[in-house]
Design a protein around this ligand. Structure first.
Ligand SMILES: Cc1ncc(COP(=O)(O)O)c(C=O)c1O
Length: 411
């Protein structure tokens, strides 16, 4: 039971302190209760709590759209606000699908996704991830829509994955509505990293097929990989980009799906259609909390803090500390594989995958060392706030090495 949170720290009901080594499921990029976010939230709630986005708009929401586009990869000019990462992905899928339905390519009804992907827990997002036997989502298999999938990278053979995507897009350009990827870093699927050149090849293949690239930056966005967006490292501009988690630095559930002008224009009234043509082409997604003013006020302040405190520049020195920690971990007997991108450092403690037995052992060991960590099965990782003080990061890294050593020791 966590009764207090401040910076990188959590305090439980018995007064025990834990370092939040996963920034509360990757959301609290600025730590807990950053004073400027607390103040922005209080100021907004004192004026307007909520107003629906139907026929009305709130200034914070409008300003946020402009500010977000200013830091997004150039060419993403329009924003749809929703409420969490899963929904941001659902919206991207619906936008891509509806776009082709009403812009002359109705046979484009299928999506292409990567193996070992994770895009959220709602049914569209689950469909993208697939329901492989023994995976997270097997029980939902009968409810899912059909998705084309890249081969698994196996022994890091991402070249084969990119080639398969290129071939598939060349063959099935008539039916693929979009390619969906977690750029450079697949999170919940096991902290798998692939090179920027692979992302560029996927972008180029989608461009050649004139279909959409959907970048799910829910995990990778907001500096986690060392650049504001993972796509920036590859010099890639997706047609649709999903963001959540760091978008409000974990203070409120809110998300955004960014789109190009081309896509936006595909939802406007056809030229020369009087009146009614517009609404029948509008995106069919408008729910209670779209563009919530409280979330928007907080999300604006997040961007201001990123600018003022040069948050993304702070990732490199912290990444260097995490690299040193992983070198120590790699030297321990029984460690299978370490890897890192930006502020995320991961290690396989066994080959049992998500159901592996090492995860619970590691979780307990970490708690004993004062760390709140949640391994993905046999894969243990750190993903602290981007602004974690260096002294706290030392505590996290030393505790992580000790917890790995403890959990590898025979019971
Ligand atoms: C890449 C990615 N997409 C989507 C989601 C879903 O986000 P949420 O849990 O906010 O619905 C996650 C969550 O971990 C994620 O890692």
């Amino acid at each position: 039971m966590i009764v207090e949170a401040q910076g990188a720290w959590l305090v439980d009901a018995d007064g025990r302190r834990y370092l939040d080594g996963i920034s509360s499921w990757w959301t609290c990029t600025l730590g807990h209760r950053h004073p400027r976010l607390v103040a922005a939230l209080a100021a907004q709630v004192a004026r307007v709590d909520h107003v629906s986005a139907g026929g009305a708009l709130h200034p914070a929401t409008a300003a946020l759209a402009a500010e977000l586009c200013a830091v997004a990869p150039a060419g993403l000019e329009r924003v749809h606000f929703s409420d969490d990462g899963s929904t941001a992905v659902e919206v991207a899928v619906k936008i891509a699908f509806q776009y082709w339905q009403q812009n002359g390519r109705p046979a484009r009804r299928r999506f292409l996704a990567l193996s070992s992907a994770y895009h959220g827990d709602t049914l569209g997002a689950v469909s993208l991830a697939g329901a492989a036997p023994g995976g997270f989502f097997t029980v939902f298999a009968p409810l899912l829509f059909d998705v084309a999938r890249s081969p698994a990278p196996g022994e890091d053979d991402w070249d084969r994955v990119a080639t398969a995507i290129e071939e598939r897009l060349a063959q099935d350009a008539d039916t693929i509505a979009g390619v969906v990827v977690e750029p450079l870093l697949q999170g919940a699927g096991g902290m798998t990293i692939y090179p920027p050149a692979i992302l560029r090849r996927i972008r180029d293949a989608a461009t050649r097929a004139d279909t959409f690239l959907i970048a799910d930056e829910v995990f990778t966005g907001y500096g986690r990989t060392g650049t504001m967006w993972a796509c920036d490292q590859a010099g890639v501009v997706p047609d649709l980009l999903c963001t959540a988690k760091g978008f409000t630095a974990g203070m409120l559930p809110m998300a955004a799906t960014l789109a190009t002008a081309r896509i936006y224009d595909g939802f406007r009234a056809a030229p020369g259609v009087a009146g009614g043509g517009g609404s029948s082409r509008a995106l069919m997604h408008g729910h209670s909390f779209c563009g919530h003013p409280l979330g928007a006020a907080v999300a604006r302040e997040v961007l201001a803090i990123y600018r003022d405190e040069r948050v993304v520049d702070g990732v490199a020195p912290r990444a260097a500390r995490i690299a040193a920690m992983l070198a120590q971990v790699a030297a321990l007997p029984g460690v299978a594989r370490t890897r890192q991108l930006g502020i995320v450092g991961a290690v396989d403690l066994g080959d049992g995958g998500y159901g592996g037995a090492m995860g619970p052992r590691f979780t307990d060991a970490a708690l004993r060392h004062g760390l709140y960590l949640r391994p993905l099965g046999d894969t243990a990782y750190v993903c602290p706030p981007l602004n974690i003080p260096l002294a706290d990061l030392d505590t996290l890294c030393d505790g992580f090495v000790a917890a790995v050593a403890d959990s590898l020791r025979s019971p």
